[in-house]
Design a protein around this ligand. Structure first.
Ligand code: ADP
Ligand code: ADP
Ligand code: ADP
Length: 214
């Protein structure tokens, strides 16, 4: 299966991804994670992407094309993949991704739309804690770790993302509505979109995801 997870920041894409990945043995490609790794390693890509990311704006299309092209060609991704955080613009969807897949003779099977009201997202984002090496995600109120600030499995420290503040969330939501929502319309016209109730508790969202992938 070739899946796209689309939804605003905090809608639960990263929380559901590991479950989908395990169950269907798909590779998980998160452009945000790849870009954060590039920023941390100060690669040429990371240096160029850093400023936009800190402001909560999208990185330019040409910067993400390279990473996604490399990722989709990996042998481990040939049976299917979950795209998390990509495509974020109609150009990325139509000109980059769909062209890339057409050359392979494949296409996107489903787009899971994590539909949710903006009002819920600030509390989710400002309470988010992440175990950086695995991407395991906690929430200070909704899913607290056993020991505050430490990962349940490894005992290693958890971090908060620099852009997970109320102020930067505002720009990220603006970017989502202006640039990413049109991607949902684009795939709706192709009949590929499934709408999820992303405001529900994680387990209920998982059940909805499983039903759509049967
Ligand atoms: P995204 O990857 O879409 O930005 P995450 O999956 O990282 O979002 O979720 C953002 C925060 O909200 C995390 O702290 C996570 O634990 C929490 N969260 C995820 N899904 C739910 C849910 N269904 N209900 C309540 N909190 C959730
Ligand atoms: P979120 O939790 O908001 O869904 P991500 O981890 O997917 O965040 O993305 C973090 C940041 O990385 C975005 O605010 C944006 O600056 C950049 N980014 C990630 N994916 C893309 C993309 N496909 N196109 C442009 N910018 C991207
Ligand atoms: P259980 O104790 O029934 O096995 P969990 O420990 O998975 O359930 O979850 C306890 C509560 O925390 C549930 O209400 C669930 O919806 C919520 N929860 C679990 N994981 C997350 C998450 N990543 N983000 C937000 N809330 C979560």
């Amino acid at each position: 299966k070739r899946l796209i997870l689309i939804g605003p920041p905090g809608s639960g894409k990263g929380t559901q991804s590991p479950i989908i990945k395990e169950e269907y043995c798909l590779c998980h490609l998160a452009t945000g994670d790849m870009l954060r790794a590039a920023v941390a390693a100060k690669t040429p890509l990371g240096v160029k992407a850093k400023e936009a990311m800190e402001k909560g704006e999208l990185v330019s299309d040409d910067l993400v094309v390279g990473i996604i092209d490399e990722a989709i060609k990996r042998p481990s991704c040939q049976k299917g993949f979950i795209l998390d955080g990509f495509p974020r613009t109609v150009v990325q969807a139509e000109k980059v991704l769909d062209d890339m897949l057409a050359k392979q003779g494949t296409k996107i099977d489903k787009v899971l739309n994590f539909a949710i009201d903006d009002a819920i997202l600030e509390e989710r984002i400002t309470g988010r804690w992440i175990h950086p090496s695995t991407g395991r995600t906690y929430h200070s109120k909704f899913a607290p770790p056993k020991v505050p600030g430490l990962d349940d499995v490894t005992g290693e420290p958890l971090i908060q993302r620099k852009d997970d503040t109320a102020a930067v969330l505002k720009s990220r939501l603006e970017a989502f509505h202006r640039q990413t929502e049109p991607v949902i319309d684009y795939y709706s016209k192709k009949g590929a979109v499934v709408n999820l109730h992303a405001e529900k508790p994680p387990k209920e969202v998982t059940t909805e995801v499983q039903k759509t992938l049967l």
